[in-house]
Design a protein around this ligand. Structure first.
Ligand SMILES: [Zn+2]
Length: 130
């Protein structure tokens, strides 16, 4: 099965090991991809475990679950990613279908590395309709 994150490789060779906790993402982009794959499967405990600070405080798992039940993630496009020491940024477009409409979320996510692990800390985003 192709990975949800549209890397072009199999799920078992891509995000699965991160989501199962067998491996740790080595870059903000790997973490971002694995978070998308977890969203696609409604695996919210993984989503929560990959956040810190502002992002974690703002996250409402109940709301996220409710939203997820009405939407389906359709694809991921990484526009850019760069990393400097313990901070990284990934800009992506994630598209989804909800109530019969195709929409997208564009975000520039910020990641920080602590104790050897990358975590999602904040994002600037906007959404739109195709
Ligand atoms: Zn993947």
């Amino acid at each position: 099965m192709a990975c949800y994150c549209q890397s072009g490789i199999r799920y078992s060779d891509c995000c699965e090991a991160f989501i199962l906790g067998k491996e740790t993402p080595q870059s903000p982009e790997q973490l971002m991809r694995s978070r998308y794959s977890a969203y696609a499967q409604h695996l919210f405990s993984y989503i929560v475990s990959t956040m810190t600070g502002e992002a974690l405080m703002a996250f409402d798992v109940h709301e996220a679950k409710k939203w997820a039940e009405t939407a389906q993630w359709m694809g991921l496009n990484i526009e850019s990613s760069h990393t400097e020491k313990d901070e990284g940024f990934v800009t992506f477009i994630a598209s989804y279908q909800r109530k019969g409409h195709m929409s997208y979320l564009k975000e520039r996510s910020r990641f920080v590395k602590g104790n050897g692990r990358w975590l999602y800390i904040s994002g600037e985003y906007f959404s739109g309709v195709f």
